[in-house]
Structure formats: C-alpha cells, structure tokens
Design a binder for this molecule. Structure first.
Ligand SMILES: Nc1ncnc2c1ncn2[C@@H]1O[C@H](COP(=O)(O)OP(=O)(O)OP(=O)(O)O)[C@@H](O)[C@H]1O
Ligand SMILES: [Mg+2]
Length: 281
C-alpha cells in the first residue's frame, strides 16, 4: 500500500460515523429478546452491514448458544483476567462479531468503579469499527439494563400478547421516558397467535404510551409464534439460517430492513459507551 493510499484511508476513517446502537429489551423475561437479536443481526449482516452483537446479560447470558458461537472468552475475562476487548471478540455466521455475556458475573451496577470503567472503556473502542451494534439486554428494569438502553441510539422493546409481558414492556417504556430518552422507542410483538392479535397488542401499548406518557412508540412489527423458532434454538442454528424461506424469516428480514432504514436517527457525537459511563458515574 502506498503512503498516499494509507493517508487517504486515515482521512476516510476520521469521517466514518460511529456505529448506530440498538438496545433490545423487554421488561418481562423469556419473550424472545435473544432470538430477535441473533436473527436481526444475521439479516443486517446479510445486507452488507458490519454488525457487532453484545450480550449484555452479565449473569445469564445465552446469546452464544442461540448463535452457536464459541464462548471461550466473555466479558468476565476482560474484567478479571485483564484481556482486551479484541481478545474476547468471537466470529459468528455471516461475518458477525460477537461479545459473549458472562455467566454469573455480578450485574454491572455491582461491579466496583475500577472494573466498570475498564469494561466500558474497552467496549467504547468498538463503536468506530462497526455499522450497527445490537445489545441484547437482560430482562427487568435494573440500573444496568436501563443504563444500556438509555445509552443506545434507539431501543426495541419486545413484548408478547400476554398481559404480564405487556405491563412490563409498558413499565420499561415509562422508565425510558421518565429518564428523558431521546431516541426512537419501537415495539415488536413476538409470539402472537395471529396478526390481528399482534396489532391489537401494539395498539394497546402505543395508545397508553401516547395518552399517559405523551410518547410515540414506533411499530416494529409482529412475529408469530412458530415452532420452527423453538426448534432452531434446540438445533443451535438461528431460524433465518435454518428456515430461510419461512414466514418468520420474512418477518425478521422486514424488521431488519425497517430498522436499517431508520438508522439515520442513529449515532451522535458522544458515543454509546461514553453515555453508559455517564449513567453510572
Ligand atoms: N416467535 C417465537 N415462536 C416460538 N417460540 C419462540 C418465539 N420467540 C421465542 N420463542 C421461545 O422462547 C424462548 C425464549 O426466547 P429468548 O431466549 O430469545 O427470550 P429472552 O427474552 O431473551 O429471554 P431472557 O429474558 O431469559 O433473556 C426461546 O427459546 C424459544 O423457545
Ligand atoms: Mg435473553
């Protein structure tokens, strides 16, 4: 490579937008966050984007299992064994890169200040090397989950039509609005038995958020309950790869396209992980 090319590359690098960060969260557990993160990531990567998945569940992370990715190193190796972020990145299908969550690591809020700073400093190196970062959060509205969501450019809240999941999704939206989240909040209804049931679920939450929180909740779409998805988890092959011609793959691809098109509301100057740091200090 000539000096001129190298110099041009450096100039182009300095103009590159940092990755747009989407946090995928829910309120209630077991509603499909991890599977949605994995399959969305694969669809976005298939469309040519450089995608990083971060499993931000530091106690029961299992994105590696759904993605069938080697989990030799995870965030705990960065915190306790001094590994750099580059050393704990794993490669997944379609050129995706992934950071595995720890199993049994105390929640981010419980780490000491030094450990938190180091973790977030290492993670902040990654925003310039990717187009999209998808954060799979843990369930609930703990300080660490909310911190990750508030620091993202946009948040995708996952619910099912069950009343408990809807109540918890609304609670998450309320916390985001209460903390003056400025990005888009979108809702995806997963495991619906029919499209009308999914639409009704979205409408109910969007109406209440509009009325009581004065907030627009974007409609990210509906995913039907589909045996193929649960089977693909058992096979450890994300459903969009195991069943590329199925209805659920079309819905996931449509969701990825929708998110991809609204990415312009993405990155700002401050950067994702820096905002996480601010939330904790
Ligand atoms: N659309 C779907 N159709 C059928 N089963 C589904 C669907 N989505 C999710 N599931 C089932 O729900 C299980 C839980 O999904 P997943 O692990 O993605 O949820 P989660 O929200 O990440 O859970 P946690 O809160 O524990 O992190 C999956 O293993 C799968 O069996
Ligand atoms: Mg999960």
């Amino acid at each position: 490579m000539t000096n001129e090319t190298l110099y041009l590359q450096q100039i182009m690098e300095s103009h590159k937008r940092p990755a747009s960060v989407l946090a995928i969260t829910s309120g209630k557990g077991g509603v499909g966050k991890t599977n949605i993160t994995a399959n969305l990531g694969i669809c976005l990567a298939a469309s040519g984007k450089k995608v990083l998945l971060v499993d931000a569940d530091f106690s029961l992370g299992n994105l590696d299992i759904v993605m069938n990715v080697n989990n030799r190193y995870n965030v705990s190796h960065m915190i306790y064994d001094g590994k750099s972020v580059e050393e704990i990145i794993h490669s997944g299908p379609e050129g995706i890169e992934m950071i595995c969550g720890a199993s049994g690591l105390e929640e981010l809020a419980d780490l000491n200040e030094f450990q938190r700073r180091r973790l977030l400093k290492e993670l902040s190196k990654l925003q310039n090397d990717n187009d999209v970062i998808l954060i799979d959060t843990a369930a609930g509205i703990s300080k660490s989950v909310v911190g990750f969501c508030l620091s993202a450019n946009n948040v995708l809240v996952v619910t099912t039509p069950e009343a408990t999941a809807m109540t918890d999704a609304y609670a998450m939206i309320k916390v985001l609005v209460g903390n003056r989240f400025t990005g888009h909040i979108s809702l995806i209804v997963n495991m619906a038995h029919s499209i009308p049931e999914g639409k009704k679920t979205y409408q109910k939450i969007a109406n209440v958020a509009g009325r009581f929180l004065n907030t627009h909740v974007y409609n990210a779409g509906i995913l039907l309950k589909d045996e193929r998805l649960s089977c693909s988890v058992r096979l450890r092959k994300p459903v969009v790869l195991a069943h590329p011609k199925s209805q659920i793959t079309s819905s996931l691809a449509a969701l990825a396209a929708k998110l991809s098109n609204s990415e312009s509301s993405g990155s700002d100057d401050e950067g994702f992980f820096k905002k996480v740091v601010n939330w904790f200090f």
